[in-house]
Ligand binder design. Structure first.
Ligand code: 13P
Length: 305
């Protein structure tokens, strides 16, 4: 919907040669305003390939940092400087360096939900859309350290049969989705397909039908013959699911699954961000060069079809 605020945003976008990228967990209004909405991998690829001068990243800090690393010549703005990610804060570069010292020959795979400094200490970065493919691409005789999400890590272990050294990090929003929530939702909506994000805990994943990244959920729902779905991930995605599938029904596994950091971004903050060119996300050259190697490998490996 066009409002005075969105009109102003559109004018400023042209003036600044800016593109607005929004993660699937953003509020419906912010998603509708964006030039491109997607999962972490899709947004990283978009950030790496855009010819805009300014990227307004409607997401959380590690996503904006990833864009800054992949597109060093561009100005990357995060409309709320406090939009962080507790999962990415669960491991520091120092902790990873110490772990590497204990396993000097291991290859390090870090989930994109990590700081630039942690990425700089990693060999490969991955998202939930391509973690399995990334790990499969590593020679079988190599030991692997996987940080920081233990639940995505366990999913990859199960899919690849590779033992990995897992860091005990987790997403607090996905931890709010319990096995009981999913059981209750299934009882309330018999026959609905349960889609869960790999960041969910193992008991939730054990009783779901599909384990998918947010981008994969959107694709699966579009292609599926099913008419109703239970969604076990952050609630923001339900906006796009409903919009893209008018004849289908989508139910949240629990209304608790809302990420307060993602929801810090509002339409007004996007406007202020473009007006004041804030908050600029930058990464030092030393960290950026090393982190980019891990990220280049991530964007190069294709996700599963
Ligand atoms: P996706 O890559 O599936 O969009 O997930 C991003 C994320 O941060 C999940 O918490």
């Amino acid at each position: 919907m066009r409002t005075p605020v969105t009109e102003k945003i559109n004018r400023l976008k042209i003036k600044r040669n800016a593109v607005i990228l929004a993660h699937n967990y953003q509020s419906g209004e912010v998603q509708d305003l964006a030039d491109f909405t997607g999962d972490s991998l899709e947004l990283s690829r978009k950030a790496a390939s855009t010819d805009a001068d300014v990227i307004v990243f409607c997401g959380v800090k590690f996503m904006a940092e990833t864009a800054a690393i992949l597109s060093p010549g561009k100005t990357v703005l995060l409309p709320d400087r406090h939009a962080g990610c507790p999962l990415s804060d669960m491991i520091t570069a120092k902790q990873l360096i110490d772990l590497k010292c204990e396993h000097p020959d291991a290859i390090v795979v870090c989930y994109v939900n990590s700081s630039a400094a942690v990425k700089a200490e990693s060999d490969y970065c991955c998202t939930s859309a391509n973690a399995v493919e990334i790990v499969k691409s590593i020679p079988a005789d190599k030991e692997i350290i996987f940080v920081p999400d233990q639940h995505l890590g366990r999913f990859v272990v199960e899919k690849t049969g590779r033992e990995m050294i897992l860091w005990p990090g987790y997403c607090v929003t996905h931890a709010a989705i319990t096995e009981d929530d999913v059981k209750q939702a299934k009882a309330a909506h018999p026959g609905a397909i349960v889609m869960a994000h790999p960041e969910c805990g193992e008991p939730v994943k054990a009783i779901c039908d599909q384990i998918l990244s947010t981008g994969q959920m959107l694709k699966f729902a579009r292609q599926s013959e099913a008419k109703s779905f239970i969604v076990a991930t952050e609630l923001g995605i339900i906006h796009s699911l409903k919009k893209q599938n008018p004849g289908k029904e989508f139910f949240a596994a629990t209304e608790r699954a809302t990420c307060p950091n993602m929801k810090r971004i509002t339409v007004e903050k996007v406007l202020w961000s473009l007006e004041d060119m804030q908050y600029k996300i930058t990464v030092s050259d030393e960290i950026r060069t090393r982190a980019k190697q891990a990220l280049d490998r991530m964007v190069a490996v294709l996700p599963a079809k």
